[in-house]
Design a protein around this ligand. Structure first.
Ligand SMILES: Nc1ncnc2c1ncn2[C@@H]1O[C@H](COP(=O)(O)OP(=O)(O)OP(=O)(O)O)[C@@H](O)[C@H]1O
Length: 308
C-alpha cells in the first residue's frame, strides 16, 4: 500500500515543556490509522503540526514522499467544532470546497448527496445556528470530505454524537477508506477504534508507546483473562500458576494470565475442586490495554512506560 503521510521524529515543546518526543509513524492509502492516548498525551499537537497550524521544533512531515504538504488534498475535522453561525449550510460547504480548488458544480452535487446521507435533506438553506450540535457536526464532517481528500484527519469525530450518528460516521469513514482515502483518526472510544482501525499508535506523555496493526497489538499486549463465576477464596485463586493478578467482586473473579501463557494448557491445569458456575476466556480489550498504559499498570511497567 502506498504511503501517503510520513511523520519522522517529530518533536515539539511549549516554552520549556516538551510535549512531543520523537514521534514517527506513517499512514497508507486505504487504511484507517488510529492515534490514541490519554488526555494531554499530545495527539492534537501532533495533528496540528501535520496540518501546519503550528510547526515542529524538529522532525519531518511528508506527503507521498514530498516535504510540501498539498493542503487541498487533505481533509481535516478539528477537535474544536464550529462553523460560521449565520451562514447557510450550502454556502459554507461551497465556500470551503472552493478554498480547496474543488469544482463548484461537483461540490454542490456532493453536498446535496451527503446532506441526504446524513439525514439533513432540506437543510441546505438553513443557517448553522438553526442546527443542533450533532447536525452541525455532520455538516463539519461533510466539509472535511467534500473535496475528495486523499488524506483525511479526524480529531475525535465521534464525540458528542448519538449512537445512530456514530454508526453513520463509522460507516462513512470505513467506506472512504475502502475507496482509497488514507485516514488518521484520533478517538477515545476504544470499542469503535477496535472495530474500525487497521493500525494504531498509542501515545503517552508525548512518546509513542505502541505502534502496529490491530492483530499484532492484541497478540503482543492483550494477554488472556479468565472470568470465573463461582465461590472461591481469593487466596486459592491467587495461588494458581501463571497469573499476573486476580480481581474479585462477590462471586465473580477475573484471573489475568501472564504474558505468553497458552490459554488452553493453562485451563487444563485448573484444579478439579475449583467452584465454577460459568467460565470464559478472552483476550483483554483495547480499552483495558489503554487503561493499563495510562495508569502505569502491568503492561506499562513491562514496556518501561513511566509518567513524566
Ligand atoms: N498552545 C499550547 N501552549 C502550551 N501548551 C500546550 C498548547 N497546546 C497543547 N499544550 C500542552 O501540550 C500537551 C499535549 O496536549 P494535546 O492537546 O496535544 O493533547 P491530546 O492528546 O490531544 O489531549 P486530549 O485527549 O485531552 O485532547 C498538554 O500538556 C497541553 O497542555
Amino acid at each position: 500500500m502506498e504511503t501517503m503521510l510520513t511523520v519522522e521524529k517529530l518533536n515539539k515543546s511549549f516554552k520549556d515543556k516538551q510535549v512531543i518526543r520523537d514521534i514517527s509513524f506513517d499512514v497508507r492509502k486505504g487504511e484507517i490509522m488510529a492515534v490514541l492516548g490519554p488526555n494531554g498525551a499530545g495527539k492534537s499537537t501532533t495533528i496540528r503540526n501535520i496540518m501546519g497550524i503550528m510547526y515542529p521544533d524538529a522532525g519531518a512531515i511528508s506527503f507521498r514522499g514530498h516535504a510540501e504538504i498539498p493542503r487541498h488534498k487533505i481533509g481535516y475535522l478539528p477537535e474544536e467544532r464550529g462553523l460560521y453561525k449565520n451562514v447557510k449550510v450550502m454556502d459554507i460547504l461551497l465556500y470551503l470546497s472552493e478554498l480547496k480548488d474543488y469544482p463548484l458544480k461537483k461540490a454542490r452535487e456532493r453536498a446535496l448527496s451527503y446532506l441526504k446521507k446524513f439525514g439533513l435533506e432540506g437543510q441546505a438553506n438553513s443557517s448553522v445556528e438553526e442546527l443542533s450540535k450533532g447536525m452541525g457536526q455532520k455538516v463539519q464532517f461533510i466539509s472535511s470530505i467534500i473535496h475528495e481528500p486523499e488524506l483525511l484527519i479526524l480529531d475525535e469525530p465521534f464525540s458528542g454524537l448519538d449512537p445512530v450518528s456514530q454508526e453513520l460516521f463509522k460507516h462513512e469513514i470505513r467506506h472512504l477508506a475502502e475507496n482509497g482515502t488514507a485516514i488518521l483518526l484520533s478517538s477515545h472510544q476504544m470499542n469503535l477504534v477496535e472495530e474500525m482501525c487497521d493500525r494504531l499508535f498509542m501515545m503517552h506523555n508525548g512518546e509513542r508507546i505502541i505502534y502496529g496493526n490491530m492483530d499484532d497489538v492484541k497478540e503482543r499486549y492483550a494477554n488472556f483473562k479468565c472470568t470465573v463465576r463461582g465461590k472461591s477464596d481469593l487466596d486459592v485463586l491467587q495461588g494458581l500458576p501463571d497469573l499476573e493478578r486476580v480481581e474479585q467482586d462477590e462471586d465473580t473473579s477475573v484471573l489475568y494470565l501472564a504474558k505468553d501463557v497458552q490459554a488452553v494448557n493453562w485451563l487444563k491445569n485448573l484444579p478439579d475442586n475449583l467452584s465454577v458456575q460459568e467460565l470464559s476466556i478472552d483476550r483483554i480489550s483495547l480499552h483495558e490495554i489503554f487503561i493499563d498504559i495510562a495508569t502505569d499498570g502491568n503492561i506499562a511497567q513491562r514496556e518501561g512506560v513511566t509518567h513524566a
